[in-house]
Design a protein around this ligand. Sequence first.
Ligand SMILES: C[S@@+](CC[C@H](N)C(=O)[O-])C[C@H]1O[C@@H](n2cnc3c(N)ncnc32)[C@H](O)[C@@H]1O
Length: 305
Amino acid sequence: MSAGAPALLAVAKRRGDRGRMDAARPEAISPTAHYTGYVWARNGLSDPQLATAKGRLLYEALRPAMLLSGALGGPTLESYLLARHRALDVLLERAISEAGVTQVLELACGLSPRGWRFARRYGSRLTYIEADLPAMAALKRRTLKRMGSLGAHHFVADVDVLRAGGPGSIPGLLGRLRAEEGLAVIVEGLVGYLETEALLGMWRTLARSMSAFGAAVYLSDLQLGGGAGQSVALFRALLSVFVGGRVALHHFHDAAEAERALREAGFTEASVVPAPALISPRQARVAAGASLAHVASARVGDRRA
Ligand SMILES: C[S@@+](CC[C@H](N)C(=O)[O-])C[C@H]1O[C@@H](n2cnc3c(N)ncnc32)[C@H](O)[C@@H]1O
């Protein structure tokens, strides 16, 4: 581990004592959407309009630590993010092409370009709803409107994933979709910030409301714990410092435990795999961070989605 790592770990611990990354502090999670938005754009996955000055600032602030971590053979946040983003793209493409999904709800969409990319690719064959907390949703809506992407098949909605029902909740949004058509719900970059009980509650809400659809699949990234070395601890500390609070980076020890939790929440089938298993070796090669990323897919209902 680098010489600066213990200091970073200490800062992260102090910050962890101050606050938790749960529903009470969503404003502490949102800056990370600017960071990831910038990462997607600088890697050619997005339109520059979805990259903000704030994202660039955060990226440049973290760059020296990431360069150091990469030089020491440790993980970089960027390789981790790219692996999970591409792996989720692959799972979503499969759900659409092989299993008849025609409706996508992307929760905690932030400044992710996925909705824009999929909307351009599939046109009126796909309805893509992006959703986030009101302030982030408003920024995304304004930006996509400027990019000419919004319309009857691509729109942005307000949501709080922790709200159990009513307007601005997951059930409220899903109630606006056609239950007789295939559905995918995708969420990237949020679950790692939720306390375990909040995450399990969101999964229960999702499984219950997705069961109204004949075929429905849930896709998300997931961090698994256990066996993490010092470089992983550094990576987590950096993230905590960066987002200004404790990052609950893993809820489950391994894939089997996460799959069991998804089934207990109400999904009929669940699978958790390392992100690099789904993407090309060239894409996964980038750096050690990629191997830390895992993705979950889970289904409800008997029919395939
Ligand atoms: C790390 S960013 C990820 C953004 C995007 N998915 C990406 O990968 O670039 C986390 C996002 O979660 C959103 N968020 C935080 N708490 C939320 C909540 N309770 N309900 C919905 N979205 C939430 C934030 O506003 C932010 O856009």
